[in-house]
Design a protein around this ligand. Structure first.
Ligand code: ADP
Ligand code: MG
Length: 289
């Protein structure tokens, strides 16, 4: 981290790159070097009652961001009374979410490559006893659009470090994004690493067919409640059938071993890496360096 205290005036901000639930991310140039970064500006007022999560994000990124080449790097951070600024690697390729929407459908090999990168990254995080808790296509960014292997995991805003002495101890707060939240989070029974694997299962399903296994939308109407109800029973199917005809049985098996009600029965990240479907993707010698 920086030796001298940095300030917002050391950077010139440009266009807005993205807007999340708690933060705005802008392109920024460091005036002393001319280097471009992504500047995540977290408004502390929006974080009332969750201030601990802000410090958490910085602490976790400091711990993990240099440990895996697919985790977005935090270069430095600074604070004003109202905001916290995180200076990160600039990902110019946009969100995986936008990429899916633009492409509509794409090859299963591409989906397998994307998911293998995410699983490899999550395996590293879990080894470090970090649970991400917000794995979804909006938080996966392309460093550039040159290749799928440039995918980066971002947004550690909801992440949590487990007690290394007691990593089975469960987390209690209800966090995440509806639609990706595992049933044990909704049930408030306590949760841990398997919630990331559930979210990866949901994301894999979405990548392959373009819609969600549990239609849990943003609203709070009856559809939302019905969706939550299905999550609580892990009640999903590869339907309508015509969308799944050309999709491999290996991928369906992969998803079925992640979207499981009992967290203990879900594949761990290390298990998932060994699943036959991971062999669908071309091998591009990277990994958890
Ligand atoms: P929040 O915690 O509010 O969801 P995120 O960290 O997810 O904030 O950032 C919000 C959005 O900003 C992301 O979905 C993405 O579009 C964009 N973004 C975040 N980090 C970067 C980055 N390093 N490079 C480019 N865009 C980014
Ligand atoms: Mg986000």
């Amino acid at each position: 981290m920086a030796a001298k205290p940095l300030q917002a005036c050391d950077y010139k901000t440009g266009r807005t790159l993205g807007q999340g639930s708690f933060a705005t991310v802008k392109e920024a140039v460091k005036l002393s070097t001319g280097e471009k970064y992504a500047l995540k500006v977290i408004n502390k007022k929006h974080m009332k009652g969750r201030e601990h999560l802000v410090r958490n994000e910085v602490g976790i990124l400091q711990k993990v961001s240099k440990g895996h080449r697919h985790i977005v790097t935090l270069h430095e951070y600074f604070e004003t009374p109202n905001s916290l600024y995180l200076v990160m690697d600039l990902c110019t390729g946009g969100e995986l979410f936008e990429w899916i929407m633009e492409k509509g459908t794409f090859y299963e090999e591409d989906a397998a490559e994307i998911i293998r990168t995410v699983v490899d990254c999550v395996a590293y995080l879990h080894e470090q006893n970090v649970v991400h808790r917000d794995i979804k296509p909006e938080n996966l960014l392309f460093r550039s659009r040159n290749s799928l292997s440039e995918l980066m995991i971002a947004d550690f805003g909801l992440s949590k470090t487990l007690d290394p002495e007691n990593s089975d101890l469960l987390l209690k707060s209800t966090v995440g994004t509806p639609g990706y939240m595992a049933p044990e989070i909704l049930r408030k029974q306590g949760h841990g690493k398997p919630v990331d694997m559930w979210a990866i299962g949901v994301m894999t399903y979405f990548l392959l067919c373009g819609y969600f296994p549990f239609a849990v939308g943003a609203g709070a109407g009856s559809d939302f409640n019905a969706g939550v109800d299905r999550v609580l029973r892990a009640d999903f199917a590869f339907e309508p059938k015509e969308y799944w005809l050309d999709i491999s049985n290996e991928s369906k098996d992969f998803i079925s071993r992640l979207i499981r009600l009992d967290p203990e029965e879900r594949m761990s990240a290390a298990d998932a890496l060994k699943h036959p479907w991971m062999g669908f993707a071309p091998i591009v010698g990277d990994g958890g360096a």
